[in-house]
Ligand binder design. Structure first.
Ligand SMILES: [Zn+2]
Length: 352
């Protein structure tokens, strides 16, 4: 079946038919069942909204499909969370009470006299006899649609979203039946996952704080060990230290995964303070980028400017960089060039 505006097209199997032919139709019972529940829920929500919000609430329009539905009501302002909860609770109390849904036909005059004009929630029906759908004493409407026999069949009504769609009209989007049960189940799963993710984030943050604190305590010893290195290539905690003859530039580099931006900045700054002949080069991954941090000591900074080194290193990494004589940074995207980048810096400083 296809719906184009107000025209309903039914698909036909086995070629065209002639006038007078008999065709057998199959109703998609699951779909029909779901729409039925959504339809009765529409009536329930409409009356619930009127009870909670006020007598001016009127059904403006409604739309029901098997997996979602919406009811537009006349109301002056957007619904508050409190109002939504109250409407939903009232609707579900009607479901829980397992009220009977009865269908009777009256002639118009009798129906209007008996129930008043509020029966025309779905619009005035231009026929002599009206079909009245009543949910016990809770709701009465003129309606030609399919309905459940008992409200308990609906199982659950869940408002998924509300929105003020135009002046004086508020849209209530909702699900009912198994769709509503699945919706709340999925909602609970989402909530649990979100809170787990938050917890993980908090833990990670805590861990980083701890690492920073640890580093603060360890840094003076690390700097001490590095500056006490003998001539040649040394290794201190996976930090490579090249010490040359006295009076010539020294070079120190680190690119181990355990070291982050905070580490490189803290170490570089302290190293060049302690050894004015030192050039420090730290390389680390930051998301999908490789970043480099360069510090140049006071006595070598003129010849071996941090800015120049950062620029050259960044080129190797496929990016750009720069800075001052003392401090510079840069980076690129080529993760395979981490070693080459450090070698580049080393050559610039030591000239080998
Ligand atoms: Zn209806």
């Amino acid at each position: 079946m296809n719906k184009h505006g107000n025209i309903v097209l039914h698909e036909l199997k086995g070629g065209a038919i002639k006038e007078g032919d008999t065709v057998s139709c199959i109703v998609d019972s699951q779909r029909r069942d779901d729409i039925t529940k959504n339809h009765t829920s529409t009536h329930i929500l409409n009356s619930s909204s009127r009870s909670v919000l006020g007598s001016w609430v009127w059904q403006h329009s409604a739309f029901k499909e098997e997996d979602h539905a919406r009811l537009d009501i006349t109301h002056h302002s957007a619904l508050t969370d409190d109002e939504i909860v109250k409407i939903e609770n009232l609707a579900n109390s009607v479901v829980d009470k397992n009220m009977s849904v009865t269908i009777e036909n009256f002639d118009r005059g009798t129906a209007e006299q008996k129930y008043g004009f509020k029966i025309y929630q779905g619009g005035i029906v231009p026929v002599k006899s009206v079909r009245i759908v009543s949910i016990e004493d809770f709701d009465t409407e003129a309606c030609g649609g399919t309905h459940v026999k008992k409200t308990g069949e609906i199982k659950l009504v869940k408002i998924t979203r509300t929105k003020r769609i135009q002046d004086g009209v508020v849209r209530i989007e909702f699900v009912s039946g198994d769709t509503a049960l699945n919706y709340t189940k999925q909602h609970d799963v989402d909530l649990a996952r979100e809170s787990a993710e938050l917890k993980d984030k908090a833990k990670l943050k805590e861990k980083r704080q701890e690492q920073k604190q640890e580093l603060r305590e360890r840094l003076p010893i690390l700097v001490e060990n590095i500056t006490e290195c003998k001539i040649g290539t040394n290794n201190v905690d996976k930090i490579v230290v090249d010490i040359t003859e006295p009076g010539k530039p020294n070079f120190c580099s680190a690119m181990n995964d355990q070291y982050d931006e905070f580490f490189h900045i803290s170490l570089g700054e302290r190293l060049i303070e302690k050894d004015p002949l030192m050039v420090y080069c730290g390389v680390f991954e930051d998301g999908d980028r490789i970043r480099a941090i360069i510090y140049s000591g006071e006595q070598v900074g003129k010849d071996k400017k941090a800015g120049d080194i950062a620029k050259a290193v960044s080129e190797v990494l496929g990016g750009a960089g720069g800075g001052t004589q003392r401090f510079a940074q840069g980076g690129g995207k080529d993760k395979s060039k981490k070693n080459d980048a450090i070698e580049k810096a080393k050559t610039m400083v030591l000239g080998v």
